[in-house]
Ligand binder design. Sequence first.
Ligand SMILES: [Zn+2]
Length: 276
Amino acid sequence: MSDGVYVIPDNRVPIVPNVGIVVGTRAVLVVDTGIGPRNGAYVLERARRLADGKPLFLTTTHFHPEHGFGASAFKGVATIIANRAQRDELRRKGVGYVDMFRWLGPSIAAELEGVELVEPDLVYDGDAELDLGGRHVVLRTVGPAHSAGDQTVLVDDRVLFTGDLFETRMFPIAPYFPPHDVDVDPRRWIGVLDELMALGPEVVVPGHGELTDAQGLRAVRDYLDYVRAESERLRTAGTPADEAAAAVAGSAHDRWPTWDNAEMIGLAVHAFYAAG
Ligand SMILES: [Zn+2]
């Protein structure tokens, strides 16, 4: 998609993420793996072709299965890097998410067959920089927002990988699944999107959906702020969470009628209710 930056597009297929491959003169960085060992092996094969013998690094935007559960294909072949919060979140919730995702259907269960949750080789706090040779990459800890361990990847101050902090023309995934997972922080998420817009990236690679730019990020930021305001209004009026979720699901769907994943709206309302 630009000098030395490649994207395997999701083509809006559910549970398929956008995957990045960043090629420098000395090393190659893969961003996200797809779900399970088979997808991980496919991504690895693509990366190896582009790397032409150069050392490989792998990082994941967050621990969720379609972003990180192909990492076993890379273990021992690439140097795997993650922030500490993401590593810890994988330890806490990885097995539970394998079970949860198996229930999404037989094709997902098949991809998770034989999945191995692997730990990163390198763990960092805050920010980490990678010099791939003519390609400068900043890994930044920005969670908790969509997940506890969210990480953005910024290449040459120009191309930003957001993971699921942003999806194009989709109601963003709000993984509020009590009691298994209540780490989504919807208020902080709005602030993170403001920070990402301020970086002014030319190209934004979302977790799912088409590529966009800094201004494109505003759509999800405004949606989350709408859900925040409506949730606060309804809670103040004494509306129970389930009723509020149904009401906001209807009104948000009317406002953003072309977006997919409408089932995520109610979860976002519950997350804001829980956030108090
Ligand atoms: Zn996710």
